[in-house]
Design a binder for this molecule. Structure first.
Ligand SMILES: C[S@@+](CC[C@H](N)C(=O)[O-])C[C@H]1O[C@@H](n2cnc3c(N)ncnc32)[C@H](O)[C@@H]1O
Length: 349
């Protein structure tokens, strides 16, 4: 079970999610355009009740950011076209271990306005399963979540192929097999995600999702989780973590390229692409902030649970080793530059 670091402490996701927050800001225009499209299905009139879901909402300020953008977009759409505000039903989804207590406490901010009327529910569960009744949703949003797979590809563990060989030559030789296995798992998962949402969205329904992916296509390209496994491999070669444990660690995560996403959406066939954007992973963040120590804490908030589940308590060593690896001039910048924030806006065909 994946979850981001809970609460509001120093290592919490609430205080260490700046990359994701910057990405949510960049989704604003696409969400606003999706609301306009929703109205255009019915001669500019929005449905009397609009149902919105954020999938993989997590905790902290980011949990309400996308739905707040959508609510404001609906308010200004109705004001501009002088039509009555619809009633809004908002669902926040994440895996059951997410810190929903904190999410629920912060919900009061969404309900402060009387117009439109906003009702809110939480929907714990995996977005790789059905979460909502058929044709019940009008807008689905999701930010920085769909790079998480339903599971790591089993074929690698079955054949004792480590995701990241400590030995560089072996790693290069096996890279195509590893990447292929992850790409196939992502294709399966994302196709399934599209099929499920196609059932849950009403005709003309809209979806705006962002995924942490990679800048370049191709087999020699970078895996999103390499930024973590490179540090772990240093820890394994220095004896801080067990080599066997390292070799059996598979992160259930895959960063697709823009082209891959496009191809899967076309092949699945339920949605037409309205817009696709590719942004720098570090875009929208003050570059002076992005130091090795700061970045290590941002990653810790996301990966601590999954690393501790597999390796035991290694986080202080992980942060120290990350800082040491990334303090080599230009290295951190080069690694982050290989990631990309992919955003796609689609309408149900
Ligand atoms: C990096 S956080 C992004 C959170 C938030 N949307 C943001 O932009 O800051 C990814 C979230 O996706 C959730 N997640 C991962 N796999 C999921 C799944 N199968 N179903 C629902 N949520 C999932 C994680 O628990 C986590 O809270």
């Amino acid at each position: 079970m994946v979850h981001m670091n809970q609460g509001q402490g120093e290592t919490s996701y609430a205080r260490n999610s700046a990359f994701q927050s910057a990405q949510q800001n960049r989704m604003k225009l696409l969400i606003e355009a999706a609301i306009i499209d929703l109205g255009s299905n019915t001669n500019t009139l929005l449905p009397q009740k609009v149902v919105i879901a954020d999938l993989g909402c997590s905790t902290g300020p980011n949990a309400l950011a996308l739905v707040s953008i959508a609510i404001k977009a609906i308010q200004s759409y109705c004001l501009q076209l002088q039509q009555p505000s619809p009633e809004l039903l908002v669902f926040l989804n994440d895996l059951p271990d997410n810190d929903f207590n904190m999410v629920v406490k912060s919900l009061v901010t969404l309900r402060q306005s009387k117009k439109p009327l906003v009702m809110i529910g939480v929907t714990p569960g995996s977005f790789y399963e059905r979460l909502f009744t058929s044709s019940s949703l009008h807008l689905v949003c999701s930010s920085s979540s769909l790079q998480w797979l339903s599971k790591a590809p089993e074929v690698l563990a079955r054949n004792h192929i480590p995701a990241y060989d400590i030995d560089e030559k072996a790693r290069r030789e096996r890279l195509p097999i590893v990447l292929q296995a992850y790409a196939e798992q992502f294709r399966k998962d994302f196709t399934h995600f599209l099929e499920l949402r196609a059932k849950e969205l009403a005709p003309g329904g809209q979806m705006v999702v962002s995924i942490i992916g990679r800048r370049f296509d191709g087999i020699a390209s970078f895996h999103i989780w390499e930024i973590i496994t490179q540090v772990l491999s240093v820890m394994a070669s220095e004896g801080v973590i067990d080599k066997e444990k390292f070799n059996s660690f598979y992160m259930p995560m895959y960063g697709p390229s823009n082209e891959e996403l496009k191809e899967i959406i076309h092949e699945e066939g339920s949605f037409s692409i309205r817009e696709m954007l590719v942004h720098d992973f570090t875009g929208g963040i003050n570059k002076e902030l992005i130091t090795p120590a700061w970045t290590a804490n941002q990653l810790r908030a996301v990966f601590e649970q999954i690393l501790v589940q597999h390796f035991g308590d290694l986080m202080d060593d992980f942060v120290k080793t990350s800082e040491r690896c990334w303090s080599v001039e230009g290295r951190l910048h080069d690694e982050l530059a290989r990631l990309a924030m992919l955003t796609v806006s689609v309408s149900k065909a």
